[in-house]
Design a protein around this ligand. Structure first.
Ligand code: HEM
Length: 163
């Protein structure tokens, strides 16, 4: 079992995803700024597709590790963890995180595939713009909530310890 590099109880994959979210959010907001204020449609397209691919690879590797190895044993020293499911803050924070993460994942897939199919090449505004702006902002808010709730879960499960 590989230990993470942050010096907490996270595994390597957990730490990678934790840190990756600190990079994903600024890149996402930079991408939106560049399309909104600078009309750099091609740049926005490349950044969003790259973000989508990186997130898909990271989340798949992460999910695989969670299914194969699990994370509960790493949360045991946390004062917010109790064995036996749904009776502690760690489990509830995970539930809140997944409530954000799962719909956000689906919305991202729809936003990217629809944008690739409906915008012209090179990318530029057209009849799909209105729909894309609405769902693009939903995807952005969803990713922001997914990251922040993920950080809270990480702290409760893998950083907090009894004094
Ligand atoms: C999950 C991925 C994506 C997200 C979260 C996203 C988000 C956004 C947001 C929030 C806006 C509106 C900015 C504003 O308020 O003016 C926007 C605009 C735009 N996006 Fe994306 N986008 C994504 C993927 C893509 C892709 C893959 C393409 C190209 C194929 C694309 C092309 C555009 C274009 C052309 C606009 C300008 C629309 C207009 O102002 O008329 N986007 N995007």
């Amino acid at each position: 079992m590989t230990h993470g590099f942050l010096g907490n109880r996270g595994s390597l994959m957990i730490d990678v995803v934790f840190v990756a979210m600190f990079l994903v959010l600024p890149v996402l907001y930079w991408s939106i700024f560049s399309v909104r204020s600078r009309s750099r449609y091609g740049f926005h397209k490349r950044l969003q597709v790259a973000l989508g691919v990186v997130l898909l690879i990271a989340v798949s590797a992460f999910e695989l590790e969670m299914r194969l190895v699990g994370w509960q044993h790493r949360a045991e020293p946390s004062p917010y963890w109790r064995a036996g499911g749904w009776n502690d803050l760690v489990d509830w924070s995970l539930a809140v995180h997944l409530t954000c993460a799962i719909p956000t994942f689906l919305v991202w897939i729809v936003v990217i595939t629809q944008a690739l199919r409906r915008f012209p090449r090179p990318a530029a505004p057209n009849h799909h713009s209105r729909h894309h702006r609405i769902w693009g902002w939903c995807a952005t808010v969803g990713m922001t909530l997914t990251a922040t709730t993920g950080w809270v879960f990480y702290w409760l499960a893998f950083v907090a310890r009894s004094i």
